[in-house]
Each structure stands twice: as C-alpha cells, then as structure tokens.
Design a protein around this ligand. Structure first.
Ligand code: ZN
Length: 231
C-alpha cells in the first residue's frame, strides 16, 4: 500500500493538504475525519485537528530537541523528568514514552490526527496534549466522552488508549483504521533500519542497536481497533 519513503514519512505523496480546518492526511482518512467533524459539530463540538500528518524531518526535529535537552522529557502524568544521571539509553526510552522514533511515527502515514475541541478553548489557549486536559474536570473531558461514543462508527480508534509498555496513553490521538492497519504492516524492521541508517539522528548508533525492541514496544504493541470499528 505504502512505499518505503511514504511509510517512513520521507515524502508526502500519500497525503492531501486542507486549509479549513488546516490539516494534512491520507485522502481516505481526511474524508472520514471531515464526516466525524460534521457529526461533532451537530453536538456543539468543534473537532479541531491539532496535529495530523508529520513527515520524517518534523519528527527528527522533535527527537533532536529532546535528545539534546532543549525540550522537556515528561513522565506518564505529564510531569517534567529530571535528566541528571540519565544514561543514553534512559534518554532514548524516555523520548519514546511520548514521541515516536523518526521513521516509526504513525503520524507519517496520514492516518493519524490529534484532536482538541476548538469550541471550549479560551482565546489564546495553547493545547498541552497532556493527561490533565482529558481527565475528569479537564477542558477536553466532554470532547473525550463524545469521542468514546462516536469514533468507531467512523473507522477511527485510539491506538494509545491505555499503557501497554510502550507509548504512554494519548487519548487525543485518533487513528483511521482502514489506512493505518495496512500501513503498520509496511513498516518492517528492514525499512525502518534503512531510514535510520540514512539519517543523521542524534543517538543513531545506539538507536540502530535498539531498533528491534523499539519496533516491538513502540510500533507494534498498540491497542487494536475494537470489534465495532470497521476497517
Ligand atoms: Zn498523535
């Protein structure tokens, strides 16, 4: 379905760009998202794409900032981690708690959209995409109760609905199963290794050694689409 450059986000030939709302996604995922968004609007929710397609270079900038200490590493509760005394492996695994390895991000497929509710954000509000926003009493808690009830009928599911030893829970991260469940099979260890070898990622030598474990823990062990999610 995806070629090697597409599945690692090094080209964007598999996505289309929209301006209102502004997002980029695979055409099938985009069409389904716009239907989901229309359904949400009928219930007073402005389902807004906060992050959608991200290519390899964008993910590499996130990686480099976290690896180099210019961006914060967070624990599962969204609290900043103290980096003192961390080994390189600690840094790598703690980056991977919240951020995918470049080449291995689901956002590269065009099937994934992180969402917020534009109708409840105060002017100038910057979404954090942290657990407190989604928990009971959080700004986006009503959005998430609505998503609970509606996303599966539109082909979306939450691959990071709960912690399974890899990525931390990201309830705001929606995945369009008809595209992503095929893309995940295209991202083989060989494909990911070639993309990493071709990169100038900080920590590359150690990442290459850890690659099979990263693929197992952080790419393959998602929470799969439930039975009522058609794909
Ligand atoms: Zn996401």
């Amino acid at each position: 379905m995806f070629d090697e450059l597409e599945v690692t986000g090094r080209v964007r030939t598999h996505v289309v760009q929209y301006d209102a709302p502004r997002f980029a996604a695979h055409p099938d995922a985009a069409a389904a998202f716009l239907r989901l968004r229309a359904a949400a609007a009928r219930d007073g929710i402005e389902l807004r794409p906060y992050s959608s397609f991200r290519g390899y270079d964008a993910q590499a900038r996130i990686w480099a900032a976290k690896y180099g200490g210019r961006a914060t590493l967070y624990d599962m509760a969204g609290q900043p981690r103290d980096r003192r005394g961390m080994s390189e492996d600690d840094v790598i695994w703690h980056i991977l708690d919240w951020s995918a390895l470049p080449g291995a991000s689901r956002h590269q497929w065009g099937s994934e959209i992180d969402v917020v509710d534009g109708a409840v954000m105060p002017p100038g509000y910057k979404p954090q995409l942290l657990p407190s926003e989604v928990a009971d009493g959080g700004l986006f808690a009503p959005l998430h109760r609505w998503l609970d009830a509606h996303i599966h009928a539109h082909g979306f599911f939450r691959p990071y609905a709960r912690f399974k030893g890899g990525m931390f829970p990201e309830p705001w991260h929606l995945s369009y199963a008809p595209v992503s469940m095929r893309a995940i099979d295209d991202l083989t260890l060989d494909v990911l290794r070639r993309a990493t070898e071709a990169s100038d990622l900080p920590g590359k030598a150690r990442v290459l050694e850890l690659l099979p474990g990263i693929l197992e823990r952080h790419v393959r062990n998602i929470v799969p689409p439930p039975a009522d999610c058609a794909w």
